[in-house]
Ligand binder design. Structure first.
Ligand code: ADP
Ligand code: MG
Length: 404
């Protein structure tokens, strides 16, 4: 049964009465996959506003510690959320952060002018430059985690729940792998049992191997091309625009289990190296997500990529960035992608224009003039090769953002 916001507050304060002694909780201001967030004020000095994030009780302890550490060490400056207090009783964990009033992405997406788009991307890169200078990958950069108060032109990057140190995963997993294969696990039986599922799911030998990403029907993956899908769905359609491309993946590929590389984040914002389960993931993962956000802003389209899972996301990426381009980046990462038809990359400027036009017909009477530099930055952010993708620091001196 779904609890109402005030029921949730009552039950939270029941579990954590200390929170209620210091703060008054007003109402829910947001929720994510892992939490409910409430607006709170001090009981004594009611002016200052706080956001109280109540984590779901099944959050893994390592996740909680990581999130807390990031806010403590990195946050509080450069548009990165800081932490005021953490209160815990058993499995009831709350983070108290400064409150930032914010607008919904779709409330400004359709009418931002180019200066506001520039400001938004610049402030996001200021936050990421700070995060990345600590060798930390945020891993969940998306509009829902970048809070924008439009009236005050204030920005805040939140949600370090999926953050990781660069290289953290590869060292962790090689240790675990060693333990698993050598049978050296010295933990007590109960702990072993608890951990078994987690470790072995990740560490099954067959998944450690750099197997081809698609290995079905004798290594042939079947991604139906845009034209095939179009013909089937709308046989009488003529004059279709390339921007309407749809991606499909065969059922065998869809039912395949995930591999052993980190893949945290939201499907539409995952970088190619994440979708291809590369072991070499860096802060460039976040810059790809900035690219997807810029693509949304320049096309006035949200979400831009809609795939519900990784293989479909990859197929969708092929329809935008080209089959040969994706195959070649896969090869570079030691993966093998098989595609049933060749697909040329879209011209992103043209695609954005088409999508803006479509939006304009629905609601927005004026189009924006987008300078070439915006697209040159877009292409640098959406560089399929993460080793040459632009960094947050470099982005800030790119001609599009360097302008006052
Ligand atoms: P999750 O890890 O569950 O995704 P988030 O930290 O992203 O949780 O918070 C969920 C939502 O709560 C955000 O999308 C935002 O709307 C709101 N929120 C989070 N932090 C703050 C804050 N400091 N001020 C105001 N609202 C916030
Ligand atoms: Mg979130």
């Amino acid at each position: 049964k779904r609890q109402s916001s005030s029921d949730k507050i009552v039950s939270l304060l029941h579990k954590l009465p200390q929170l209620g002694e210091i703060f008054e909780l007003h109402y829910k201001v947001g929720e994510g996959t892992f939490s409910n967030v409430y607006l709170a004020t001090f009981r004594e000095v009611p002016k200052a506003k706080f956001a109280v994030k109540h984590l779901i009780p099944t959050c893994h302890p390592s996740r909680v510690i990581r999130e807390l550490k990031c806010m403590q060490e990195i946050g509080g400056v450069d548009n990165v959320v800081g932490i005021y207090m953490c209160l815990r009783m058993n499995d009831c964990i709350t983070f108290v952060m400064p409150y930032q009033h914010h607008d919904k992405f779709t409330s400004y997406l359709y009418d931002m002018d180019i200066d506001e788009i520039r400001l938004y991307i610049r402030e996001l890169c200021v936050a990421l430059r700070r995060v990345h200078s600590f060798g930390v990958i945020h891993r969940d950069v998306k509009p829902g985690n970048f809070l924008y108060n439009r009236a005050k032109r204030k920005f805040l990057l939140v949600d370090f729940g999926l953050a990781q140190k660069v290289g953290e995963w590869s060292t962790d997993s090689s240790k675990k792998r060693k333990r698993c294969s050598e049978g050296e696990n010295k933990e007590p039986a109960e702990v072993q049992e608890q951990n078994a599922k987690r470790i072995c799911l990740k560490e099954r030998p067959s998944e450690i191997k750099r197997a081809p990403l698609h290995a079905c029907n004798e290594n042939i993956s079947f991604i139906r091309s845009f034209s095939q899908v179009c013909k089937e769905a709308r046989p009488n359609l003529t004059n279709r625009c390339e921007c309407d491309r749809k991606a499909r993946v065969c059922n065998t590929c869809l039912s395949r289990k995930g591999g052993s590389a980190p893949r945290a984040g939201t499907p539409g914002f995952r970088a190619p190296e994440v979708l291809l389960k590369s072991h070499d993931q860096t802060t460039a993962v976040d810059m790809w997500a900035v690219g997807v956000i810029l693509l949304c802003l320049l096309s006035r389209t949200y979400p831009f990529f809609r795939a519900p899972d990784d293989v479909t996301a990859l197929a969708e990426m092929i329809t935008v960035f080209g089959s040969e381009e994706i195959k070649s980046i896969a090869t570079k990462l030691g993966r093998h992608v098989v595609c049933s038809e060749t697909c040329k990359p879209l011209d992103l400027r043209e695609a954005c224009k088409f999508l803006r036009e479509r939006r304009r017909r629905i609601s927005n009477p004026v189009d924006i003039d987008i300078p070439d530099e915006a697209f040159s930055l877009l292409y640098r952010l959406l560089d399929l090769d993460h080793t040459s993708r632009i960094t947050a620091e470099e982005t800030l001196s790119h001609p599009f953002l360097a302008k006052p």
